[in-house]
Design a protein around this ligand. Structure first.
Ligand code: ZN
Length: 256
């Protein structure tokens, strides 16, 4: 095979691995946010519980103030009892005190029920806050794992970039420019195999005359449709590979 063509196929192989690693890294933030749903739900539920709790606290204060006010009113009414002159006035006075006492009783009952609700609400708040912590911990685990994965890919990329540079240094600069332009135009696939007279990049049928030339692998040739650089893998090596593979399988079977 033409040495430049061989280098280009190696470069494509390497770039495909590099692109896959980059894509994996780029996909990670959305992978994290896609798993943050339960945490968001827990936070929203906590917020609702908190508002509910605050409303109950306010109700409690209101009732307490009512009770104080009515107590004060009853105290004043009782102080005025001695000032009452007639029996009729006295009856009305008593009725007023009784009504105030009924009011105070109603407020006290209400206060009691509010306090019960507050107790329930405090429990709910605690549970929701616990749920947030649980969900946060889960996300932290996910983030940790994915962070490690990113680090692994970054490390891998470092090595691959070094390897890539060594290859690029040996490729003629015009050819490299051509390769890079093809990479950009063809979603990261610039060098493809021509298998069974078909371009593996765009699936077009390669004209027989061109395919005959291609099979020699001694020139840089392009697909007439997608312009990608084509190479040919001789069937002999396929056959040899397959033979080697079946031998391996046979050997593995025997050793079982
Ligand atoms: Zn093509």
């Amino acid at each position: 095979m033409n040495e430049q063509l061989r280098l280009l196929t190696k470069l494509q192989e390497l770039d495909s691995v590099i692109l896959a690693a980059r894509m994996r890294i780029d996909a990670i933030p959305s992978q994290i946010s896609s798993q943050e749903g339960p945490l968001k739900n827990a936070e929203a539920a906590y917020e609702t519980a908190k508002q509910n709790h605050a409303a109950l606290e306010k109700k409690k204060k209101d009732r307490e103030r009512d009770i104080e006010d009515i107590s004060e009113k009853i105290k004043k009414l009782k102080q005025r009892t001695s000032e009452v002159k007639t029996n009729k006035e006295y009856q009305a006075h008593l009725k007023e005190i009784e009504a105030a006492e009924r009011d105070i009783k109603a407020s006290e009952d209400e206060l009691l029920s509010i306090m019960e609700s507050l107790e329930e609400s405090a429990k709910r708040l605690k549970a929701e806050s616990g749920r947030i912590n649980e969900e946060r911990a889960k996300i932290e685990v996910v983030k940790g794992e994915l962070g490690e994965e990113v680090a692994r890919h970054e490390q891998e990329l470092k090595g691959l970039k070094g390897e890539r540079k060594k290859i690029v240094d040996k490729i003629e600069s015009d050819l490299y420019t051509q390769y890079m332009n093809l990479m950009k135009a063809n979603r990261g696939l610039a060098v493809v195999e021509a298998r069974n007279e078909i371009c593996q990049g765009c699936n077009i049928h390669i004209p027989p005359q061109l395919f005959v030339e291609l099979k020699k692998n001694d020139e840089i040739m392009h697909c007439p449709q997608c312009r990608r650089i084509l190479y040919y893998v001789p069937p002999e090596s396929d056959a040899r590979q397959q033979a080697a593979k079946s031998q391996e399988t046979a050997a593995a079977r025997e050793s079982d």
